[in-house]
Design a protein around this ligand. Structure first.
Ligand SMILES: C[S@@+](CC[C@H](N)C(=O)[O-])C[C@H]1O[C@@H](n2cnc3c(N)ncnc32)[C@H](O)[C@@H]1O
Length: 263
């Protein structure tokens, strides 16, 4: 889809709405919402506050109760009528958003799409904690994953094997099987590894707990967390919240020379 200046051509724009706070939309996402004739949004995860940017004349269609077979004709008929359609997805559309199946079927109907990235839930969790998840010499990898539940995770990606890396691990869609997830993580992370539990981050009723891994399941159960919960398990959290980490990056070291700071 080619844009002419800031005027969108009719088509479907998949826009990452971020975790909830409307101020965490990208400028491009906000502009597209303003220009949309039809906004199809996942109301279970995208708060209505995001729709404040929509034109008064825009048609806003919640999709939590709809099937793919019901959602697609809505988008296709709107595009065929020359309307600008925005499909609002929570967080970033590259993660657990089911955009692939929508894009494939839109393509079969001859409709092009553009995807606008958004801020994912794990990024807001890290920001709330003022945490860097990649501390030099401590942890340099971030794993984004989910526990195996109704949607099966490939065997090679079972939590117990991912845990062996002791990376910063962000666990989506897993509140319903948190007990088993905790057990699998304990196979490799020490029990006192800090876990941030974020509930509805960026929503008015946001909550964030910082607990040892050994209490991840019990706190989740006490708080009755079953959905919209993100777990962030990382050695970096203790280094920033318990024992101050003294390491530093090469990037800003006086001994380290590079293209922009030759000797
Ligand atoms: C269907 S996935 C969508 C993920 C989304 N695309 C993203 O990048 O954040 C829904 C899961 O993402 C996480 N999630 C999404 N929004 C969240 C929020 N505001 N607070 C906490 N977790 C959230 C939860 O794990 C939830 O079960």
């Amino acid at each position: 889809m080619v844009e002419n200046g800031t005027q969108p051509k009719a088509g479907v724009y998949f826009v990452g709405a971020g975790p909830g706070d409307p101020e965490l939309l990208t400028l491009k996402g906000q502009r597209l919402i303003q220009q949309a004739d039809v906004i199809v949004y996942a109301d279970s995860l995208v708060p209505s506050g995001i729709l404040q940017f929509a034109a008064a004349t825009a048609t806003c269609i919640p999709t939590a109760a709809l099937t793919l077979e019901e959602i697609l004709p809505l988008m296709i008929s709107a595009v065929e009528a020359g309307k600008v359609v925005v499909r609002l997805q929570s967080g970033d559309p590259s993660l657990y958003s089911a955009i692939h199946e929508q894009i494939q079927r839109l393509a079969a109907a001859g409709i092009e799409v553009e995807v606008v990235p958004g801020i994912s839930a794990y990024q807001l969790a890290a920001a709330r904690l003022k945490a860097e998840l990649t501390l030099p010499e401590l942890v340099q990898t971030i794993i984004l994953t989910r526990a195996s539940g109704r949607t099966r995770v490939p065997a090679a990606e079972e939590l117990a094997s991912l845990a062996a890396h002791q990376a910063s691990l962000c666990l989506y869609l897993s509140a319903n099987c948190v007990q088993r997830a905790q057990q699998q993580l304990l196979a490799h992370y020490p029990p006192d590894t800090l876990v941030a539990i974020g509930y509805r981050l960026g929503w008015p009723d946001e909550q964030l707990w910082l607990v040892p891994l050994s209490e991840m399941a019990s706190v989740s159960q006490q708080q009755r967390l079953t959905r919209t919960t993100l777990y962030l398990i990382s050695p970096a959290l203790a280094a920033q919240h318990v024992t101050p980490f003294q390491g530093r990056s090469c990037l800003y070291s006086p001994e380290h020379h590079h293209l922009f700071r030759p000797d």
